[in-house]
Design a protein around this ligand. Structure first.
Ligand SMILES: Nc1nc2c(c(=O)[nH]1)N(C=O)[C@@H](CNc1ccc(C(=O)N[C@@H](CCC(=O)O)C(=O)O)cc1)CN2
Ligand SMILES: Nc1nc2c(ncn2[C@@H]2O[C@H](COP(=O)(O)OP(=O)(O)OP(=O)(O)O)[C@@H](O)[C@H]2O)c(=O)[nH]1
Ligand SMILES: [Mg+2]
Length: 461
């Protein structure tokens, strides 16, 4: 399968300044020789790798020029895929790109599957699996911090950490196997204690990484945040204020927002997926009822819930119903409209009723307290543990799960060591721990998991 040549349009379809048709595989150069005509007199075949050449894409059957291009030429094995790669930098329109791709396909390539270029980079050993996954994270990053986490993954920081763990495990395993080989040498009791100490140290390091994963996931996927409250308390006004644009419609009529409005905002480097919802109340209006139902679902799935109350009306029974709804959630209670009501008074009342939740007094209208809201979000996400400048190494659930499995096997190693069980059993769990780590780098991962990872990529990536 790796001996064929793949091609795809690697840029978004639409009108743009430039669009790229990417080709990788053993026929890449031969295809370019058939359809590319240099216009500079330079013999592009006689130049080095990683160069651009100016010319035309020409249909060799008709002699018709298709587009004016820059041809990028990169020779194996020092390329992204470790195969020969050519890239047609076309004018960024659907027709020139499609026509160029068609010609490439007619002359020896087949259409690439989603993520297949990156998959080849992985299969040919240029990237490990975690690095390959980082490429999609780079594309999808929502904030600078999100991008920095992805770039750290691409650079192999997590991978080399994982490999160090694996080396340590192999060291421990070597000791264990020495015990298996020379059981008569009566070193067992002492060495069991030593082994336990080494295993415990490793588990501590794993725990630290696992703990960081919470922040890592937020940087990668965004913090799912829902603004809830009864109608007219200022939820949409809050969304607009945090977004710094008039995105949602705001009126003095309760029940203004009916559909959920979602936007991503950058709050102190944290990508926050903000959803503004329909005001929560018992209602007979069919459309509004559906909206209320949606809000409840969003609250259930949220990482953070911003409950908005209205200082000018005080706490109503509807407010209490909303607060009950989010009682089990991570919530921040916001007392809005403090410019026209007793915000501090209501804040004290609410703090007595819900002592575990942070309460902030704000006025979206005057801007009072909004920076405290941003601070509270930052505190909640980072929990005083990390700052946006200390990048978490683990940002994928998949990676975290592998670390957790490794940790579980080590737990079992400890148990077996303490219980004086057969040293062979200890060795088996140590190997299982080593293999769990290999899923991160892809050394020991199942084919279907690799399939699933690359399915999420775009065509041409
Ligand atoms: N036009 C274009 N832009 C692109 C890419 C691409 O493939 N083509 N990329 C891809 O998605 C990203 C850049 N990543 C790349 C990674 C490695 C190599 C590469 O040729 N690596 C060689 C180094 C060669 C040398 O040292 O001279 C190698 O690793 O062996 C190229 C691009 C983003 N921009
Ligand atoms: N005085 C004052 N008025 C505010 C404040 N925040 C919002 N309002 C006003 O309150 C009214 C309702 O605001 P919205 O943002 O539409 O409220 P909502 O919670 O989204 O309402 P629904 O979508 O109907 O649930 C509007 O007239 C806003 O201008 C504030 O801090 N002070
Ligand atoms: Mg609204």
């Amino acid at each position: 399968m790796l001996d064929d040549t793949i091609a795809a349009i690697a840029t978004p379809l639409g009108e743009g300044a430039i669009g790229i048709v990417r080709v990788s595989g053993p026929e890449a150069i031969a295809i370019a020789e058939k359809i590319f005509v240099s216009r500079t007199g330079v013999d592009w075949r006689r130049q080095g790798s990683h160069r651009l050449f100016y010319g035309l894409v020409v249909d060799p059957d008709t002699g018709q020029p298709v587009d004016e291009v820059l041809l990028g030429v990169m020779y194996a094995p020092r390329t992204f895929t470790r195969e020969d790669v050519v890239e047609f930098n076309c004018h960024g329109g659907i027709v020139p790109l499609r026509r160029t791709l068609e010609l490439v396909l007619q002359h020896g390539a087949r259409l690439a599957e989603p993520g297949e270029f990156t998959r080849r980079a992985f299969l040919n050993g240029r990237l490990d699996l975690a690095q390959a996954e980082s490429i999609l994270d780079i594309i999808r990053a929502k904030t600078d911090a999100g991008l920095a986490v992805a770039m750290s993954l691409l650079s192999g920081e997590l991978s080399s950490r994982v490999r160090r763990f694996q080396d340590q495990l192999l060291g421990i395993l070597a000791q264990v196997e020495a015990d298996i080989d020379f059981p008569e040498e009566d070193i067992e009791v002492a060495s069991r204690e030593d082994l336990k100490i080494s295993v415990l140290a490793l588990m501590g390091d794993l725990e630290e990484l696992i703990h960081q994963a919470r922040f890592g996931k937020v940087f990668r996927e965004g913090l799912r945040t829902v603004i809830v409250g009864r109608p007219n308390v200022g939820k949409s006004s809050l969304l607009n204020a945090l977004l710094r644009e008039k995105r949602a419609i705001v009126t003095e009529i309760p029940g203004t927002t009916r559909d959920v409005i979602e936007e991503v905002v950058n709050i102190r480097g944290i990508p926050v997926r903000l959803a503004d919802t329909a005001g929560l109340r018992d209602t007979d209006d069919i459309v509004e009822k559906i909206g209320v139902e949606r809000s409840r679902e969003l609250v259930k799935a949220a990482d953070l819930v911003l409950v908005v109350l209205d200082a000018s009306t005080g706490l109503t029974s509807e407010d209490r119903a909303v607060l009950e709804l989010v009682d089990e959630q991570k919530g921040i209670i916001l007392i809005n409209k403090s410019d026209i009501g007793d915000g501090e008074g209501l804040a004290r009342q609410v703090a007595d009723l819900y002592p575990d939740k942070p309460v902030e007094v704000i006025s979206v209208k005057t801007g009072y307290g909004l920076s405290k809201v941003e601070e509270a979000i930052e505190r909640l996400v980072l929990g005083g543990q990390a700052t946006a400048s200390q990048m978490p190494l683990v940002s994928h659930v998949r990676h975290k799960q592998a670390l957790v499995r490794c940790h579980e096997h080590l737990q079992e190693v400890l148990r077996a060591l303490s219980a004086g069980e057969n040293i062979d059993l200890v060795a088996i769990d140590l190997r299982a721990a080593w293999e769990a780590l290999g899923e991160i780098t892809g050394d020991t991962v199942a084919e279907d998991i690799v399939d699933r990872i690359f399915q999420d990529f775009c065509i041409g990536k």
